[in-house]
Design a protein. Structure first.
Length: 94
């Protein structure tokens, strides 16, 4: 019998909803970090240049892009403005 990843994932999530919640949260962090990085690169900005525009350090940008840094709404808003991005929120469970 073939056991797919999707079947395994469903089984694990059913047994432990907390794992599902953590995975969904990390996926959201990953999507935000990747979108910010892509926007920065499309504007031909280095991490250091973006950091200067945002009044922060290059290491903060690196941690965000590596999704090792949680973003506050205020910080996220600052990056969205600098990178000419919009944030659209729909109903999601986190």
């Amino acid at each position: 019998m073939n056991y797919t990843f999707e079947q395994y994932e469903k089984e694990v999530f059913e047994r432990n909803p907390k794992i599902k919640e953590l995975c969904e949260k990390e996926m959201l962090n990953y999507v935000i970090a990747e979108r910010l990085k892509k926007a920065r690169e499309q504007k031909w900005l280095s991490q250091l240049e973006l950091a200067k525009l945002a009044n922060t350090t290059q290491s903060v940008i690196a941690r965000i892009e590596a999704w090792n840094q949680n973003l506050s709404i205020t910080t996220l808003s600052k990056f969205l403005k600098i990178l000419d991005l919009e944030l659209k929120i729909s109903e999601i469970k986190i």
